[in-house]
Design a protein around this ligand. Structure first.
Ligand code: NAP
Length: 296
């Protein structure tokens, strides 16, 4: 399949590489063009415009946030202008439910198919083709995209024929991860201040009642205070908390813990933690308890 891939950041670079490894014909575009070089060396075609990356059966976007996806999709020479009739736009970014609705309508009006396929898994999982793909949109195209999703991840969940539902599910999952990071950080601040070894505490948790990837991965990053380089930056975590709250407001679902998480991210960013890994959210509790500022 000929695939356009737009957005070669922490996640997209590994994803595009795996599409190449699976034998797809891949044309890559990135705003900062130097990130295309390594993929071109592996056989990708480097496009110098979004429009050139749309000369494909499917174009996948893995961009930072709503403004980035809006710019690449809706501006002149963007995806809506450039994609051939019947071609597919797969959006894998974690974006708002509202933007997914807008993308669905705009692509339908232009004769394209729009699929939301956000993913769970950090950059290491993206590089190892171990992502979990949450796909939503029309069933036929999702089935046709199976070889693409299989090249990217270990399992695909088709959750709805409405694309925006995948985004709602993804945001809800990230809200749970952030809740784990915050509560684990509070517990570690408490036991740590009393002199308990934080690694040993984590070992106890993950060997007993909390044997789950979220506790293991984020507990490890917290215990080691390993926040740089960021696999997933704190400012993107704040973005997800904001989008979760917007979805709650739209559906009139109060989300009191999500409100708290948003404020905790603001505390982290106000303290200079914008570009730290979002695991640093859990280090705010230790900082407030007289410990070091996250990232120092
Ligand atoms: P990232 O490393 O910051 O990469 C962001 C990408 O978006 C880069 O290619 C960047 O281009 C591009 N971009 C940003 N603003 C743009 C604009 N206005 N116009 C064009 N391109 C623009 O982010 P990431 O960690 O790969 O995350 C990408 C998406 O996946 C986000 O929605 C994130 O929430 C989601 N996600 C991340 C993870 C994770 O663990 N990192 C896991 C699951 C989902 P430049 O290179 O030019 O800056």
């Amino acid at each position: 399949m000929r695939i356009g891939f737009i957005g070669l950041g922490n996640m997209g670079s590994g994803m595009a590489a795996n599409l190449l490894s699976a034998g797809h014909d891949v044309v890559v575009f990135n705003r900062s063009p130097e990130k295309t070089v390594i993929l071109a060396e592996r056989g990708a075609t480097a496009a110098s415009t979004v429009s050139a990356a749309c000369d494909a059966d499917v174009v996948i976007t893995m961009l930072a946030d709503d403004p980035a996806v809006e710019e690449v999709t809706f501006s002149a020479g963007g995806i809506v202008d450039s994609l051939a009739a019947g071609a597919v736009h797969v959006s894998s970014s974690t974006i708002s439910v509202a933007l997914a609705e807008r993308l669905t309508t705009a692509h339908a009006d232009a004769g394209h198919v729009f699929i939301s396929a956000p993913v769970f898994g950090r950059p290491e999982a993206a590089a190892a083709a171990k992502l979990f793909v949450v796909a939503a949109g029309p069933a036929g195209p999702i089935a046709s995209l199976a070889p693409v999703f299989e090249a990217l991840g270990q399992r695909t969940f088709a959750v709805s024929d409405e694309p925006k539902i995948a985004n709602l599910v993804k945001l809800s999952g990230n809200f749970l991860i952030a809740s784990v990071i915050e509560s684990l950080g509070e517990a570690m601040a408490l036991v740590g201040k009393a002199g308990v070894n934080r690694q040993a505490f984590l070992e106890l948790l993950t060997s007993t009642l909390f044997d789950a990837p979220a506790y293991r991965v984020y507990g490890g990053l917290l215990a080691d205070e390993q926040f740089e380089p960021a696999g997933f930056a704190a400012h993107l975590g704040l973005k997800d908390a904001r989008l979760m709250l917007a979805a709650g407001e739209q559906l009139e679902v109060p989300l009191p813990i999500a409100s708290l998480i948003r404020d905790r991210f603001l505390t982290l960013l106000a303290g200079g933690g914008r570009d730290l890994d979002w695991a640093a959210l859990g280090a705010v509790a230790r900082w407030e308890a007289g410990g070091p500022k996250p990232g120092t």
